[in-house]
Design a protein around this ligand. Structure first.
Ligand code: PLP
Length: 421
């Protein structure tokens, strides 16, 4: 199956998953692996969660229909209500999709449609950050900060420019306070909006905690608030991509809650279905929805499985579990323990430059030389080695990095299930 599992051929290369038990996956030979990455921050309830399985069985038994199309369903309606009820201030509307890329794609289209509805058709540009990842559909890929990937599809992409992300370990100067660094990083956004012409910019998209490309790097305190003010000053919509860091992974249902920032749109996916169903959502402000409702009345994005009842039932059960079983507090507690353990074990390691993250979303920055923050030599094929050794030892972790947008950075991402002991 070329193309499956991150674009690689799978047969004979990857172990075959046979079953799951809590935080463990057992392969077809009977070997047990501790799931330290939750399938890239997806399996927040672990594997084989009894409550979730029961909810899915109940929904399957209750389904007296297969696919509805022109109807809505009780699970889809109650999921949307529950997400809206717990979303940051001003976020009132929920649009269900099938995954993270599609949520980002829909966000970009909704931004464009919003400006058309309010009579600002010249706003079409997106600003994103270098070394970010927002998905693989054309809009999401345009927003992603990987220049090499974008170059191949350049003629097909939404016009997007990229500013530097806020990577404290790599970028903050010795003599710079955290606050000054956050200010400098945010200033880049304002400079870019001015350079492009504010009247042409529709949205800025960023992850509150950068996941796949950076290894759980939270924005420095104050950065997102400044970004919010800059967007407001120039009439630019703020999209926070919480596909990876949302749904409780940081110890808050939405990562941006910790920063006290309410965006105009939030995208979520991964943890929303907890791995049981492909599902995502775009959450949008009442203001955006109001403009569309008062205008054409129809958001021009749709697909066959939107609001699918089984996917919505899974997501509803995940949300109930996170909120009803006190998992947010647990994520904060276990996250603090994991952080302390990582620091105790690797804090002085010569090749560990930084340990960071929030909740059960942790990153370990790997460097050749800690003092000089020298990145690893690519010839050493670090990721492959770590992955292989960890797999042999029965641990699934998520080594990532390499050279993205001219900057080299290697890290291990840890995103275990919330039930980890
Ligand atoms: N946005 C972020 C921040 C992600 O990490 C990802 C996937 O890793 C996506 C979007 C794309 O999500 P999906 O793979 O579900 O399409």
């Amino acid at each position: 199956m070329p193309g499956h599992v991150f674009g690689r051929t799978t047969k004979g290369v990857l172990p075959v998953a046979a079953r799951g038990e809590g935080c463990y996956i057992i392969d077809s030979s009977g070997k047990r692996y501790l799931d330290g990455s939750g399938g890239a921050a997806v399996s927040c309830l672990g594997h084989s969660d009894a409550g979730l399985r029961a909810a899915l069985h109940a929904q399957l038994d209750a389904l007296a229909f297969a696919h509805t199309g022109f109807f809505t369903s009780e699970p889809a309606e109650s999921l949307a209500d529950a997400l809206a009820a717990h979303a940051p201030e001003g976020i009132e509307r929920v649009y269900l999709v099938s995954g993270g890329s599609e949520a980002v794609e829909a966000a970009i289209k909704l931004a464009r449609q919003y400006f058309l509805e309010i009579g600002q058709p010249q706003r079409h540009r997106v600003i994103a950050r270098r070394q970010s990842y927002h998905g693989n559909t054309l809009g999401a890929l345009a927003a992603g900060g990987n220049a090499w990937r974008r170059a191949q599809f350049a003629p097909l992409l939404v016009e997007t420019s990229h500013i530097a992300p806020c990577y404290e370990y790599r970028d903050r100067q010795e003599d710079e306070t955290q606050e000054a660094y956050g200010q400098r990083a945010a200033d880049e956004l304002e400079a870019e909006i001015r350079r492009l012409g504010p009247e042409t910019v529709m949205a800025f998209i960023a992850e509150p905690v950068v996941g796949a490309t950076a290894g759980a790097v939270p924005a420095v305190p104050g950065y997102l608030k400044r970004i919010r003010q800059i967007c407001d000053r120039h009439g630019v919509l703020l999209i926070l991509d919480e596909v990876m860091c949302g749904m409780g992974r940081t110890g808050h249902l939405f990562a941006c809650e910790e920063d006290g920032v309410a965006p105009d749109m939030i995208t979520i996916a991964k943890g929303l279905g907890a791995g049981y169903q492909p599902v995502g959502a775009l959450l949008a402000s009442g203001r955006i929805y109001g403009a569309i409702a008062a205008g054409s009345g129809f958001f021009q994005h749709g697909h066959t499985y939107m609001g699918h009842a089984m996917a919505a039932a899974a997501a509803g059960a995940v949300l109930d579990a996170i909120l009803g079983r006190g998992l947010l507090a647990r994520v904060r507690e276990q996250g603090a323990k994991l952080d302390a353990a990582l620091r105790a074990e690797f804090g002085q390691h010569p090749h560990v430059g930084d340990i960071r993250g929030r909740g059960l979303f942790r990153g370990i920055e790997l460097v050749e030389d800690r003092a000089g923050k020298t990145p690893f030599d690519p010839a050493r094929k670090l990721h492959a080695q770590i992955k292989k050794l960890a797999f042999e030892a029965g641990l699934i972790c998520y080594p990532m990095g390499g050279t993205i947008d001219g900057q080299r950075g290697d890290h291990i991402l840890l995103a275990p299930p919330f039930i980890i002991e």
